[in-house]
Design a protein around this ligand. Structure first.
Ligand SMILES: NC(=O)c1ccc[n+]([C@@H]2O[C@H](COP(=O)([O-])OP(=O)(O)OC[C@H]3O[C@@H](n4cnc5c(N)ncnc54)[C@H](OP(=O)(O)O)[C@@H]3O)[C@@H](O)[C@H]2O)c1
Length: 266
């Protein structure tokens, strides 16, 4: 039995479908009742059971209540996937403290809160797997994504710590780092003034991210970059951030669509 946060759309919905296709019962968490019902309909159409649970991951009481509701539905959770997240874009000189706080509250503390709330159910489950959807921006930082990247860097540190601490209990803790994905999060923003896209970086389909995430879960791997071919570039960027700076300075200086000067979104 799996729990997916951020399941009202985008990557979370694709994950719910993929898990249902693999035969799992899926508890779906997000704020939008409507979005959750639509995902639940897709899951049940695939012959699996779904439990939509409306909750804000930044609201501790709501998260605790969601865990209690899931516990009434299933005695244990095999897999918890953290898909809920928000993308904050903009110059760091202009973003407010509230912008940063909200980003951290959902992308980082939301994962901490949900993990804490579901830990006893995960301990009662068979597979003991916890997976977070990070981001390529949680490895290398594009301009105007600093607030978002900071939340994903924090998330990565948390996942590394969690993996080490829970390994003796037989837990798998993994992280997926997708590049740009075509979802509501990026609609009208990709290639815009605050989302420069280097040439050659593909825009993924959410189903591709879901498939890669299922692969990571099956192999109980710690981390995966999606698409995998960007993995070596990400590792280079981590080792030599100056190279990333130069690439983005070049991208921002180029005329045409997908660059700072040619952009329209956000
Ligand atoms: N799209 C990309 O290019 C991309 C790239 C790399 C990583 N990611 C990561 O992938 C994950 C999913 O993103 P997406 O592209 O699928 O975006 P999306 O289509 O906007 O979906 C985001 C999901 O998170 C949920 N959510 C947001 N705030 C929430 C909150 N406070 N409490 C509970 N649920 C909340 C949303 O549901 P409600 O609004 O109904 O609450 C929705 O289900 C995020 O962690 C994102 O950072 C995305």
């Amino acid at each position: 039995m799996a729990v997916v946060t951020g399941a009202s759309g985008g990557i979370g919905r694709a994950l719910a479908r993929a898990l249902a296709g693999a035969g799992a019962r899926v508890a779906l968490i997000a704020r939008s009742q409507e979005g959750l019902q639509a995902t639940a309909a897709e899951v049940t159409a695939l012959g699996a059971e779904a439990l939509p649970v409306a909750a804000d991951v930044a609201d501790s009481a709501a998260v605790q209540a969601a865990a209690r509701e899931v516990a009434r539905w299933a005695p244990g959770v095999d897999l918890l996937v953290h898909g809920a997240g928000v993308l904050t874009l903009g110059p760091l000189a202009e973003l407010s403290r509230e912008d940063h706080a909200r980003t951290l509250a959902i992308n980082y503390l939301g994962v901490v809160e949900v993990t804490r709330a579901f830990l006893s159910l995960l301990r009662a489950g068979r597979r003991k797997s916890v997976v977070a959807i990070g981001s390529l921006a949680g490895l290398v930082v594009p301009p105007f994504m600093g607030a978002y990247a900071a939340s994903k860097f924090a998330l990565r540190a948390y996942c590394h710590g969690l993996r080490q601490e829970l390994a003796p209990e037989g837990f798998h803790v993994g992280m997926v780092h997708p590049g740009p994905v075509a979802t509501a999060m990026t609609a009208g923003r990709l290639g815009g003034p605050y989302y420069p896209l280097p040439p050659g970086v593909p825009v993924l389909n959410p189903d591709a991210v879901a498939a890669a995430t299922l692969g990571l879960i099956r192999r109980r791997r710690a981390e995966a970059v999606v698409p995998a071919r960007l993995g070596p570039l990400a590792r280079l960027g981590v080792a030599a951030p100056g190279v990333v700076d130069r690439v983005y300075r070049w991208v921002m200086a180029r005329p045409g669509p997908g660059t700072a000067r040619g952009s329209t979104g956000d």
